[in-house]
Design a protein around this ligand. Structure first.
Ligand SMILES: Cc1cc2nc3c(=O)[nH]c(=O)nc-3n(C[C@H](O)[C@H](O)[C@H](O)COP(=O)(O)O)c2cc1C
Length: 334
């Protein structure tokens, strides 16, 4: 399958959340979904030499590296490092509104500098073979999205951007925290749909506020090429990802959360034996049984036990046994 087809559904890049352990869990739930890394800055890679930030497991493919930066030359160098590390795609962050990111002049503030973004895309495009993509907002502050978004897209497409994910709300760079900027500016899905009319050959994914596969399917049926899901995929991974392969990609079967847990055990074992902490992995697994019997005991056992000395995969198995008991009790009460 081509990477553009995998992008029919993708998990959003999320700092501190979509690290390699999280992606490994998500990969147990879906073979096809395109997974994004957390944002890694080009400066950290090129000037800081922090190549460990690029480490990932081959089992995570297809996986896209998201870069943050605004220096075309440095981004090109970072893109080469990403390609050499084995990433399937290099994505540029033009959507993140945090203060730290604004001060470095990258993220959503770049919506105001489409020519610079185009230079960044062109430099990365020239440097690597893998697709170069952009994740953006519909605008920032007092920009008129109706005007600026098509112009922005035209420029980055001309520069060689092969796919775009549009978070369907503005970022307000003054006065809102990054968290508020993910909820308060209103969503404008019709605008994103109109972009598909203006750019019929551009692969466009919609992002923002999508919380079910039914919603995702509706966007695809309405003509968009892809749907990117962030928080819902993280908090309720089973609801969003376990049925993606059959429902969205027309292949494979629905995965049971229990099977995903079993599939994670060798990975957990390897991590802990190598000196890693169990909690670094299990913190991403807390929502696996959300909305199902046993959710509470699962969450509690992992939260309380994973940080104890010598905690390992046996704790995860014990928690799973408790979940099974709760589920059996729930069945008997039906
Ligand atoms: C904890 C967290 C961290 C995020 N970090 C990034 C990031 O590094 N890069 C980025 O482009 N967007 C980032 N985002 C935004 C998401 O990628 C996504 O655009 C946003 O959450 C809206 O999608 P959703 O409603 O499906 O969550 C982050 C979101 C969250 C919740």
């Amino acid at each position: 399958m081509q990477i553009n087809q995998h992008a029919r559904l993708s998990t959003a890049p999320m700092m501190d959340w979509t690290d390699r352990h999280c992606r490994m869990l998500h990969r147990q739930l879906t073979r096809q979904t395109l997974l994004y890394t957390e944002m890694v800055t080009s400066a950290a890679l090129v000037r800081g030499g922090a190549l460990h930030l690029l480490e990932f497991s081959p089992d995570e493919h297809p996986v896209a590296l998201q870069l943050g930066g605004s220096d075309p030359k440095e981004l090109a160098q970072a893109a080469v490092l990403g390609q050499t590390a084995g990433y399937d795609e290099i994505n540029l962050n033009v959507g993140c509104p945090s203060d730290r990111v604004q001060s470095g002049c990258f993220g959503a503030v770049l919506m105001e500098s489409p020519a610079l973004v185009a230079d960044c895309v062109a430099a990365m495009r020239d440097a690597v073979e893998v697709p170069v993509t952009v994740k953006c907002r519909i605008g920032v502050d007092d920009q008129n999205p109706e005007e600026v978004l098509p112009e922005f897209l035209a420029r980055i497409v001309a520069a060689g951007c092969e796919r775009v994910a549009i978070h369907a709300r503005k970022a307000w760079l003054q006065g809102l925290s990054p968290k508020e900027n993910r909820d308060i500016p209103p969503l404008d899905y019709p605008l994103v749909l109109r972009m598909k009319e203006y750019f019929p050959n551009l692969h466009i994914s919609v992002n923002g506020g999508i919380t079910s596969l039914d919603e995702a399917r509706a966007f695809l049926e309405a003509g968009l090429d892809g749907v990117m899901i962030g928080r819902a995929a993280y908090h309720t991974p089973t609801d969003i990802l376990a049925a993606v392969d059959p429902v969205i990609f027309g292949t494979g079967e629905v995965v049971a959360a229990e099977d995903a847990v079993h599939a994670m055990l060798p990975y957990i074992e390897g991590h802990v034996t190598g000196g890693g902490r169990l909690g670094q992995i299990t913190r991403h697994m807390l929502g696996l049984f959300a909305g199902r019997p046993g959710a509470r005991v699962w969450r509690r056992m992992l939260s309380e036990g994973a940080h104890l000395p010598n905690a390992g995969s046996s704790l995860v198995l014990e928690a799973l046994t408790q979940v099974a008991q709760q589920q059996e009790m729930a069945r008997q009460c039906e």
